[in-house]
Design a protein around this ligand. Structure first.
Ligand SMILES: *[C@@H]1O[C@H](CO)[C@@H](O)[C@H](O)[C@H]1NC(C)=O
Ligand SMILES: *[C@@H]1O[C@H](CO)[C@@H](O)[C@H](O)[C@H]1NC(C)=O
Ligand SMILES: *[C@@H]1O[C@H](CO)[C@@H](O)[C@H](O)[C@H]1NC(C)=O
Ligand SMILES: *[C@@H]1O[C@H](CO)[C@@H](O)[C@H](O)[C@H]1NC(C)=O
Ligand SMILES: *[C@@H]1O[C@H](CO)[C@@H](O)[C@H](O)[C@H]1NC(C)=O
Ligand SMILES: *[C@@H]1O[C@H](CO)[C@@H](O)[C@H](O)[C@H]1NC(C)=O
Ligand SMILES: *[C@@H]1O[C@H](CO)[C@@H](O)[C@H](O)[C@H]1NC(C)=O
Length: 570
C-alpha cells in the first residue's frame, strides 16, 4: 500500500513533466467471450525502460477503478473489485484479458505505461455486442378479412445490444409503412440491470384479394447474426362479389340434350350451396354448383337464375332457348300416280330458328323443291328432303311411281347390215312395262331394259313388196300403235327407176337400151355394192343410221310414215 502510494506520488510528479496522451481505439467484444485489450502505445517502448504498467477502467458515469498493476520482476497485482473480480488478467505483452464479458463491462480501459522518460497512456473503448436470443412472432392472424386493417403479428427480439432492428417481409419483399394499408410500429426497451434491449415490432395490414396465400415473415438485422421468425401464410377472406350462370352446351342446345347449369361465384371461402330457379321452381344444391336437366324439351326454354342460398341479393340470369325442329313431308311412302296428272308436295316446318332445306332425287342433289304440274314417266324416283338446324337434322322421303297407258314416242327404220333386211325401231313410254308387238313376221333383234318407263325394240323384216309395218304397245292401262311403210330392197328400186325413164322409145332402141341398161345397171349395182361394203366395214351403227334418209333416191321412193292415232285416253 505504502509502496504504491509512493510510486503514485512519484508518477504524479513525472506526470507533470512528461505526461503524454496517446490515441484512442474502439474494440467490439462478443457477449460471454474473452476479449484481449492490447496496450499499444504510439511510441515504441524498450522493455527494459518500463517501470510500471497499470490498467484502469472508467465507465463514463463517474466510476473509475484500477484493475491491475505490474512492475518488472514482480507478479501482477490485481486490484479489481466487484464486477471485474476474477475476470481480469494480464498477458506477458501487457494486454488485458477480460473473460465472460458483459454489457455492463462497456466503457474505457486505460493502459498506463510508466517508463524512465515518459508516462504513456493508451485508451480503448469496449463495446459489447449481443445478438438477440431468437426472434419470435406472436399474436398472429392467419385469416384476414379483405380491406380490414388487422394486426397480422408481433415480433419480439429479446436481449440484444445494440437493439435489434426488425423488418417485415411479404413473399420475401420488404414491407414499408405507407400509412394506408401497412402500419409498422417498433419499440425498444432496455433492461436497466443487464443493459440489453428488447425490440418489439407490430405489423398491421389491410389485405387485398391477391394477398391470399401470401407468406409473411419478420427478420432482424444485426451486426453478428440474423434471425428470422417462422413464416405465416395468410388467407384472405371475402364475401361473394360476382355470380355467373353458365349453361352447357353453350350455343346449340337442342331437344334431347342434357342441359347443365353451373353457378360460378367467387368469395373466400367460396360458397358451397346454391339455389337454381328454373322457371318458377327452386332447386337447392349443396356441396356442388351444378344442376343437370336431362333430355330437355322445347318447353324448357325460358329464363333461368341462380343465387346464393344465404344472399338473395346476388343473382345471375340467363335466357335459354332449346332448339327444336319438327317437319312433315307430304306425300310419304310409295306414291303411284298416273302420268299427266299433278302431284302436290307440301313441306311443313316448325322450328325455333332459321333452318336450311335440301332435296335429292335418287341421290342426285336438286337445286330446288320438286314440283309436279304434269307428271311424266321420268319423274319416277325416290325424293328425299333434309332439314337442318344447327346440329339438328331431320329427313323424310317419298317414292313416286308414275303409271299409265304406253305411248310410242318414235318409230323409224334402218337398213340392216346384210341389206336384205330392214330394221325397224320402236320406242315407247309407259308403266307398267308395255308389251311390244308387230303386225308382220320378222326377227326381234334387241329389246332395251325397261327403265324410267321407257322401252325400245329393234325388229328386222325382209320386205318382198310394199309393206305397212305397225308397232303396237300395250299394258293394263291401254295401248298405242304406229305404222311405217317399208319398200322392197334397193335392187328392184333401181330397175324400176330405169324402166320409168326409158318408157317411150321404139322397139330396137328399147332392146339396145335394155341390154345397155342391164349392163350399166350391173356396173352400177357392182359399184354400189362395193361402196356399200366399204362403208359398212368402216361404219358403226350410227353410220348406217345416217345413211337412212340421206340417200336422195330413197327419199324419193319411200313414203311418209302414216300416223295412227289409236292412242288411249286416260
Ligand atoms: C499478446 O499476447 C497474447 C498471448 O499471450 C497474444 O495472443 C497476443 O496476440 C499478443 N498481443 C499483441 C498485440 O502482440
Ligand atoms: C344424358 O344423360 C343420360 C344419363 O346421364 C345419358 O344416358 C345420355 O346419353 C345423355 N344424353 C346426351 C345427349 O348426352
Ligand atoms: C326424351 O324425351 C322425349 C320426349 O319427352 C322422350 O320421347 C324420349 O324417350 C326421352 N329420351 C330419353 C333418353 O329419356
Ligand atoms: C329474357 O327474356 C325476357 C323476355 O324475352 C326478357 O324480358 C329478359 O330481359 C331476358 N333476360 C335476360 C337475362 O336476357
Ligand atoms: C306447326 O305448328 C302448327 C301450329 O302450332 C301446327 O298446327 C302444325 O301441326 C305444326 N307442324 C308440325 C310439322 O309440327
Ligand atoms: C307368218 O308366218 C306364218 C308361218 O311361218 C304364217 O302362217 C303367217 O301367215 C305369216 N304371217 C304373215 C302376216 O305373213
Ligand atoms: C309400191 O309403192 C310405190 C310408191 O308408192 C308405187 O309406185 C308402187 O307402184 C308400189 N308397188 C306395188 C307393187 O304396189
Amino acid at each position: 500500500m505504502h509502496l504504491l502510494s509512493a510510486s503514485c506520488a512519484c508518477a504524479l510528479l513525472i506526470h507533470a513533466l512528461f505526461y503524454q496522451v496517446t490515441s484512442t481505439e474502439n474494440v467490439h467484444g462478443t457477449y460471454g467471450e474473452t476479449i484481449e485489450i492490447p496496450c499499444k502505445p504510439s511510441k515504441s517502448v524498450e522493455e527494459e525502460n518500463i517501470l510500471m504498467v497499470k490498467w484502469k477502467y472508467e465507465n463514463g458515469q463517474g466510476l473509475s477503478e484500477d484493475l491491475i498493476v505490474k512492475k518488472p520482476d514482480q507478479d501482477a497485482w490485481k486490484s479489481a473489485q466487484n464486477a471485474f473480480k476474477d475476470r481480469v488478467s494480464l498477458a506477458a505483452n501487457y494486454s488485458l484479458l477480460l473473460s465472460a464479458i458483459r454489457l455492463t463491462d462497456q466503457g474505457r480501459f486505460i493502459c498506463l505505461l510508466v517508463t524512465l522518460q515518459d508516462i504513456l497512456e493508451y485508451k480503448t473503448i469496449l463495446e459489447v455486442i449481443k445478438s438477440p436470443a431468437g426472434l419470435e412472432m406472436l399474436d398472429k392472424a392467419e385469416e384476414l378479412e379483405i380491406g380490414k386493417l388487422t394486426q397480422l403479428g408481433v415480433c419480439t427480439a429479446k436481449d440484444a445490444n445494440p437493439a435489434a432492428d426488425i423488418m417485415w417481409l411479404k413473399n420475401n419483399q420488404p414491407l414499408v409503412d405507407d400509412g394506408k394499408g401497412i402500419f409498422i410500429t417498433q419499440s425498444v426497451k432496455e433492461d436497466p440491470v443487464t443493459l440489453s434491449s428488447t425490440t418489439t415490432s407490430t405489423l398491421k395490414y389491410s389485405a387485398k384479394k391477391e394477398d391470399d396465400g401470401a407468406e409473411f415473415i419478420c427478420r432482424t438485422k444485426h451486426t453478428v447474426e440474423e434471425h428470422a421468425s417462422s413464416p405465416i401464410t395468410i388467407t384472405v377472406t371475402y364475401s361473394t362479389e360476382t355470380i355467373e350462370l353458365h349453361v352447357t352446351p353453350q350455343d346449340s342446345l337442342v331437344e334431347g340434350d342434357n342441359m347443365t347449369l353451373k353457378c360460378v361465384a367467387d368469395g373466400n371461402p367460396a360458397p358451397t350451396s346454391f339455389n337454381f330457379h328454373l322457371k318458377g321452381e327452386t332447386v337447392k344444391v349443396e356441396n356442388k354448383n351444378t344442376l343437370t336437366i336431362a333430355n330437355v324439351t322445347r318447353d324448357a326454354s325460358g329464363e333461368y337464375r341462380c343465387s346464393l342460398v344465404d344472399d338473395r341479393g346476388l343473382e345471375a340470369f340467363k335466357n335459354i332457348t332449346v332448339n327444336y325442329l319438327d317437319f312433315n313431308l307430304s306425300p310419304s311412302g310409295r306414291i303411284v300416280q298416273v302420268a299427266g296428272q299433278a302431284l302436290e308436295v307440301t313441306l311443313q316446318i316448325n322450328s325455333s330458328a332459321p333452318h336450311s332445306v335440301s332435296w335429292k332425287k335418287n341421290d342426285d342433289i336438286l337445286d330446288k323443291e320438286p314440283k309436279f304440274h304434269k307428271i311424266s314417266y321420268s319423274d319416277s324416283a325416290v325424293y328425299e328432303c333434309e332439314v337442318t338446324l344447327g346440329p339438328l337434322s331431320r329427313k323424310a322421303s317419298f317414292e313416286l311411281v308414275v303409271e299409265g297407258a304406253p305411248v310410242i314416242s318414235s318409230l323409224s327404220k334402218q337398213r340392216s347390215d346384210d341389206s336384205d333386211r330392214k330394221v325397224l325401231i320402236c320406242e315407247a313410254e309407259g308403266n307398267p312395262k308395255p308389251a311390244v308387238t308387230w303386225n308382220i313376221n320378222g326377227t326381234l333383234l334387241y329389246e332395251s331394259p325397261f327403265t324410267n318407263g321407257k322401252i325400245l325394240q329393234k325388229f328386222a323384216v325382209v320386205p318382198s313388196e310394199n309393206l305397212t309395218v305397225q308397232c303396237i304397245v300395250s299394258n293394263k292401262f291401254g295401248s298405242d300403235s304406229k305404222s311405217i311403210d317399208v319398200l322392197p330392197l334397193q335392187l328392184k328400186t333401181v330397175k324400176i327407176e330405169y324402166t320409168d325413164k326409158q318408157g317411150s322409145r321404139d322397139q330396137t332402141k328399147l332392146v339396145v337400151g335394155v341390154v345397155l341398161g342391164l349392163l350399166v345397171a350391173t356396173v352400177l349395182i357392182g359399184l354400189a355394192y362395193w361402196l356399200y361394203l366399204k362403208k359398212s366395214k368402216q361404219g358403226s351403227w350410227k353410220t348406217a343410221e345416217n345413211e337412212n334418209g340421206t340417200s336422195e333416191e330413197e327419199k324419193k321412193l319411200e313414203e311418209k310414215v302414216e300416223e295412227n292415232s289409236q292412242k288411249a285416253e286416260v
